[in-house]
Ligand binder design. Structure first.
Ligand code: SAM
Length: 321
């Protein structure tokens, strides 16, 4: 019989080692997943998986009662997730297949040439009709609502608040603001032509938001002259944008934006990270912000309502009049 040689590990030692490794990995994960902010930046608050807010009572985020209601509806109807296969009256298609169908068959009722475009006030390209632009970014389209709810809560948004988004893309987030705000109270600077086409030719008309007259300007140089100088913003935000821009351009933008932010109550929110600042080093980063009249308020994490994801936000305010 072969001899069994080696180190003997008792069960308690094994359990303690596994526990120690788990704690180490937990802290390692958190230190890697959050941004490396310079020293003086405290964590302000973190989101909760249990939502708060007004929901049906007039607030923006759903309440616990709202969540329980919808869960109850799913239970009461005996609903479980199923495979999306062909069934009576339902013919599942991918976006690509739907676009092919649209181009080839155009649906049951349609006008033939030369009348084919005479009856459509705002003909929309097929790619937009099948919502290809809902998959432009890595994150689900539904995450736009999470961003809106977090920011709206953070600044106590009112219908007459004024909001500027830098890089609103396809309006994944912006359309929630446009829906909620008074006409002309949502502004945006965006550089991508295809995203702007999706916004103007599909999202705004299909959601009945044309009457809200959002001011959306094409541009990439942080030039805000077309937005006028008459009023100041309650909220300026950049959702997944500053990390894609050269640091120098972010600073140019901040310098031009400070005067457009409402002193004291107004807020700038930046998602993901603030490497444009932390790359300078803690002291220099704070000095540059201070010289602009900006103060770092804190860091927040916000949980998604629908999927396992949290967004990190950095908050700034204007301390000078
Ligand atoms: C990841 S997408 C996020 C879009 C949107 N904020 C959202 O959360 O759904 C980044 C957007 O920033 C825009 N962007 C990047 N650099 C820009 C610049 N210099 N000026 C304006 N927009 C810019 C891109 O065109 C793109 O639409």
């Amino acid at each position: 019989m072969p001899s069994q040689r080696g180190i003997v590990i008792t069960v308690p030692v094994l359990v303690l080692s596994v526990l120690g490794a788990a704690i180490f990995l937990f802290f390692l994960f958190f230190s890697l997943s959050s941004c490396s902010c310079p020293g003086p930046f405290p964590a302000a608050s973190s989101g909760s998986a249990v939502p708060v807010g007004g929901g049906a009572r007039g607030g923006i985020r759903p309440t616990e009662a709202d969540i329980e209601w919808v869960k109850g509806q799913i239970r009461a109807n005996g609903l479980h997730m199923q495979d999306n296969v062909l069934r009576k009256g339902i013919n599942p298609r991918t976006r690509a297949q739907q676009l092919e169908d649209l181009n080839q068959f155009k649906g049951i009722s349609h006008y033939e040439e030369p009348d084919s475009s005479n009856h459509t006030a705002l003909p929309c390209p097929g790619e937009l009709l099948v919502e290809e632009h809902h998959s432009y970014y890595g994150e689900p389209w539904a995450g736009g609502r999470d961003v809106f709810e977090f920011l709206a809560d953070a600044v106590h948004l009112k219908p007459d608040s004024r909001v500027l988004e830098i890089g609103c893309g396809t309006l994944r987030v912006g359309l929630h603001f446009i829906t909620y705000l008074d006409p002309d109270h949502f502004h945006c600077l965006e550089r991508d032509e295809l995203s702007l086409m999706a916004a103007f030719r599909y999202e705004l008309p299909s959601r009945g938001l044309l009457h809200k007259r959002p001011l959306i300007v094409r541009g990439e140089d942080m030039d805000f002259t077309k937005f006028g100088s008459g009023s100041t913003y309650d909220l300026i935000y950049a959702s997944a944008v500053f990390l894609h821009m050269p640091d120098k351009l972010v600073w140019v933008g901040l310098e031009r934006l400070v005067g457009k932010l409402k002193p004291r109550e107004g807020r700038i929110f930046v998602s993901h990270n603030i490497k444009f600042c932390s790359r300078l080093g803690g002291e220099e980063c704070t000095r540059r912000l201070t010289s602009l009249g900006l103060e770092y308020v804190g860091k927040h994490a916000h949980d998604s309502l629908l999927f396992n994801h949290y967004e990190i936000w950095f908050e700034f305010k204007r301390f000078k009049e």
